[in-house]
Ligand binder design. Structure first.
Ligand SMILES: N[C@@H](CCC(=O)N[C@@H](CS)C(=O)NCC(=O)O)C(=O)O
Length: 211
């Protein structure tokens, strides 16, 4: 499989973690987002949305949208599972992952920040405040969703889609200057996850295209 991604892309980061958790090898193809390579015809042919990640299967099939790809991975490579046991816990873990992937991440995406600058007159400080506050507000809601859950991992005695989405989003939050210290339950889950090589090795600074 070929993972078309970028070291700093948190959506690609989710897939680096999941592929490693499931013991699946990948070849990386780098799409430099700051240079706009996601809008080049070659990449638009893979994903007309002009986004990474894209997972290219051995038969040439292109899969897009990281959460859909996580579902595909779980269906085709069920062990080890990245979902908790039981329908209610699965619904809760999915809700947590979607709170990040649908509510926080899209509004702090590169193209949105660029549009704020280009079309809404935001200066650098305004863009930084937008990114910081959308992350802080969204992660505060995530902390509230799981505050009463004991232990390290959030929904099982092992990592699930919740940590797969959480760890990259905490990375974004720090990059945008959020003081994450108040999210103690999220930090406990992150620490449990980062003790595993699959999470530790997926970090942006460990990728060959890191700058
Ligand atoms: N919902 C998509 C989000 C993909 C996405 O927003 N990718 C970002 C990097 S994390 C991207 O390619 N941004 C390029 C841009 O905004 O132009 C997913 O989960 O795959």
């Amino acid at each position: 499989m070929r993972l078309h991604g970028y070291f700093r892309s948190s959506a690609a980061w989710r897939l680096r973690i999941a592929l490693a958790l499931k013991g699946l090898a990948r070849e990386d193809v780098f799409v430099h987002l700051r240079r706009g390579e996601q809008r080049a015809p070659a990449h638009l042919a893979r994903n007309p949305q002009g986004l990474v990640p894209v997972l290219e299967l051995d038969d040439g099939t292109m899969l897009t949208q990281s959460l859909a790809i996580l579902d595909w991975l779980e269906e085709t490579h069920p062990a080890p599972s990245i979902l908790p046991e039981g329908a209610i816990e699965r619904a809760r873990a999915r809700a947590f992952a979607l709170a990040i992937a649908c509510e926080i991440h899209p509004v702090q995406n590169l193209r949105v920040l660029n549009r704020l600058r280009r079309e809404a007159g935001f200066d650098d400080a305004g863009v930084a405040a937008w990114a910081r506050e959308t992350n802080a507000e969204g992660l505060a809601a995530c902390e509230a969703l799981v505050a009463d859950r004991p232990g390290g991992f959030l929904f099982a005695g092992r990592p699930t889609i919740a940590e797969i989405c959480l760890v990259p989003q905490l990375g974004n939050a720090r990059r945008f200057g959020v003081d994450v210290a108040r999210f103690s339950r999220l930090l406990a889950a992150e620490a449990a996850a980062l003790a595993l090589p699959a999470f530790a090795e997926a970090a942006p600074e460990r990728q060959p295209d890191a700058e």
